[in-house]
Write a protein that binds this ligand. Structure first.
Ligand code: UDP
Length: 247
């Protein structure tokens, strides 16, 4: 069951259901693309029909952030909770360790994916990992694709930044069983970007914490009020349609 937020179809799965879905896909070797949709990505999809179509083709689209949870509720189809990229990864790693998944970490600055993979594997030693940074030249891509193919990942994590990573995954759908666009998650896993303390996450102010720590994010977060306004407009339009129909 999906909720449409500004034309992007978001799944109503909880964190647990999302993890189970991905686990099942890996066990059955079913090609699966997971998008963690934050308000910035949904807003960008509103202005880019191709991006919207791509996202709507993904098998699982999770509500990444409290803004999307709010939007779904406002539109009358609440989702159970936020399922962010980094939380989803943390929830998947125990199963990955137990089942010896092969995970390819692609993205972020040189050295970061290596450090992230090292830390993850230290904690979950069953995982078999391989890495590549995300600042390669176009002429290096063929070789990187070949390395990924040879590695035969169960899970390919692509942290090239949204929406580039979504376009990248869509152009290379057959590299792994499950593909997930993970944004800046490797920076967090490597310990470079500290996450907000739990209590701040609990009161849904992680976005504010990140903004204070990285003021340059204001450029991105400036779309949040615009996102909220569009959602309110969508809600009003749907209400009007509903009243017209019920007259
Ligand atoms: N990134 C990359 N290659 C690029 C541009 C960005 O690997 O050419 C990485 C960057 O190092 C960072 C991530 O993409 O790790 C940023 O993604 P995004 O802004 O979507 O992350 P968020 O902060 O929203 O999780």
């Amino acid at each position: 069951m999906r909720v449409e937020v500004l034309g992007v179809k978001i799944d109503k799965s909880s964190m647990r259901e999302s993890v189970e879905y991905i686990q099942r896909a890996i066990e059955r070797k079913e090609k699966t693309w997971v998008v963690t949709a934050n308000p910035e990505l949904i807003f960008a999809a509103g202005a880019d029909a191709r991006l919207k179509q791509l996202i709507n083709r993904a098998q699982l689209v999770t509500p990444d952030g409290i803004g999307v949870v709010w939007a779904a509720k406002r539109l009358g189809y609440p989702v159970p909770e936020r399922v962010t990229g980094i939380d989803l990864l943390e929830a998947l790693f125990p199963a990955a360790g137990e089942n010896k998944w092969r995970i390819f970490f692609l993205g972020s600055k040189p050295g970061v994916a290596d450090l992230a993979a090292k830390k993850v594997i230290e904690k979950h030693p069953g995982i078999i990992g391989e890495t590549q940074h995300g600042y390669f030249e176009p002429e290096e891509q063929a070789e990187i694709l070949e390395r990924i193919r040879k590695f035969q990942p169960d899970l390919l994590l692509v942290g090239l930044g949204a929406p580039r990573q979504e376009f990248w995954i869509a152009s290379h759908p057959d590299l792994a069983t499950v593909n997930i666009g993970v944004g800046g998650s490797f920076d967090a896993l490597a310990g470079l970007n500290k996450r907000a303390p739990r209590w701040i996450q609990g009161v849904h102010l992680e976005w504010l914490y990140r903004l204070i720590k990285q003021p340059q994010r204001i450029k991105r977060q400036i779309v949040l009020p615009k996102f909220a306004w569009r959602v309110i407009k969508q809600g009003k339009k749907e209400e009007q349609k509903h009243t017209r129909r019920s007259r």
